[in-house]
Design a protein around this ligand. Structure first.
Ligand SMILES: [Zn+2]
Length: 179
């Protein structure tokens, strides 16, 4: 059983290939490692599938990029050996080691972007998000193996050649949701 992870999202479909927020979107100097689900700020985030919380940590920070606000990410292991990352959360309500069931609340979306610090020099996809008023979104990634702290990865983007090890298209899971 798979539950759409943001009940209040503007759409209950993942962004189509090559569109803003789509999986492996080409952002010029970087690629998007997941999909973005746009929703009002403070929207509830629920577990898409049952699993165990393996990691909780910072995802974006103004110390890394000035136009970012602090947000967190949660990585859960799923049955079948897969891993899912829920990111750009303003509040996290679970703890490492927790067993969570599909549909169980795990937190709320936070305002990942500080619109006042987005400038003409900021990346085009960031300026597009500001133009569209998308300050909050759930960034979802899926992996075949537990993701490590690769220096080519930052805030859901991949700056290296190839792809992160074990990275999968989360549409494989999210295209089969119960709303
Ligand atoms: Zn994203």
């Amino acid at each position: 059983m798979v539950r759409w992870p943001v009940p209040e999202s503007y759409s209950t479909k993942v962004p189509p290939p090559s569109s803003p927020g789509s999986f492996w979107e080409d952002r010029g100097d970087r690629h998007h490692c997941g999909v973005d689900i746009y929703a009002p700020c403070n929207s509830l985030v629920v577990a898409a599938e049952s699993g165990k919380v393996e990691y909780i940590g910072p995802f974006t920070s103004p110390e890394w990029i000035p136009y970012w606000n602090p947000t967190s990410s949660v990585i859960c292991s799923l049955r079948g050996g897969y891993f899912i990352r829920y990111a750009e959360l303003g509040e996290v309500w679970v703890e490492c080691g927790d067993q969570i069931s599909f549909g169980e609340p795990i937190g709320r979306l936070g305002p990942v972007l500080n619109f006042s610090l987005i400038e003409d020099e900021s990346p085009a996809y960031i300026r597009t998000l500001k133009d569209r008023g998308h300050q909050c979104m759930l960034h979802v990634e899926m992996y075949r193996t537990m993701p490590d702290n690769d220096p080519h990865y930052l805030g859901g983007n991949w700056f290296g050649a190839g792809k992160p090890q074990g990275l999968l298209d989360p549409s494989l899971l999210l295209d089969h949701c119960w709303e």
